[in-house]
Design a protein around this ligand. Sequence first.
Ligand SMILES: *Cc1c(COP(=O)(O)O)cnc(C)c1O
Length: 377
Amino acid sequence: MINGKIWLSSPTMHGEELEFVRQAFESNWVAPLGPNVTAFEDEMAAYIGVGHAAALVSGTAALHMSVKLAGIRPGDKVLCSDLTFSATVNPVSYEGGEQVFIDSEPKTWNMDPAALEKAFEKYPDAKAVISANLYGTPAMLDEIRSLCSAHGAVFIEDAAESIASTYKGRETGTFGKYGCLSFNGNKLITTSGGGMFLSDDEEAVKKVRFWSTQSREPYPWYQHREIGYNYRMSNIVAGIGRGQLLHIEEHKAAKQAIYRRYREAFRDLPVQMNPYDEQNSDPNFWLSCMTLDKGVKTTPEEIRLKLNEKNIESRPIWKPMHLQPVFADRDFITAADSPEQSLGADIFARGLCLPSDIKMTEEEQGTVIDVIRGTLR
Ligand SMILES: *Cc1c(COP(=O)(O)O)cnc(C)c1O
């Protein structure tokens, strides 16, 4: 409980963060870039097992840079996860591209390879695919990746929620040509705000560093041939990230314990936890989620309000992108017989994100569980 409240997911700081920030102050590396940025990139690339990394101001910036690298131009189609946070898909619009939303599959709630295949039949010229690993659960990454290569589309992996999750023994964020991480306040590790672009393609990472520092050419004066962005992470912020990275495995283990306790406690209730591929993946369980079984009278919103009365934060599942007013004119592809039978919409209607804060004690989680149990009587 922090400030009298049980949170969905709040920052967990340790002390080393402040030490790296103090070093930055002492050496007057307060200005953007500096040794913490380079070290944070190197340490993260080594941890993830990817060739190169560029630290940026947000995960959204990393996604934007990926969309630019994929060469998306006005009118180009990009096949995107439907059940996700809007930040996954907004950068397509920044470049004038058009999202085509792809429904979820039931095994992991992520992009359905069968629907993706259908989408490639309808849009054979689609240049890129952006797939998120929802709530930390890896998607069917091998299937998505091979469809992308078969159709010559760039695979952009949005691993903002899934940092430290693995699929077939490999870290998420390394399956796409480009991978994106977020260090926003509620993510597994945080820098207050920040993100990272990952790739094995060194030229791509260099290009991202160039664009994100105003596309400044190597001249003594300010010389520009391309439009630039101010997207680079600062040396102060990177110091926080270096301190957090020391504790990433511990954060993951704590999230996993929270998920397992919910699953155990809900055994006798008409409730399911968010599913994952138990054979092939080791999710970070950034957020534990539940769905009410079909036919249950209680709604997720009733549970959310009941928890809120007890000062416990929960949150609806991401509302699918194809149901968002801003994307009303976009196409939506599902493997179901009709768009009305979309799996994502069904998960949204029956689901709820539960408190997954790693500072929540077992006793506090017991309170959360009791409140939920009470609403189902
Ligand atoms: C948080 C998040 C982002 C964006 O990250 P920011 O750092 O907040 O810009 C992108 N995609 C998903 C799935 C996220 O959850």
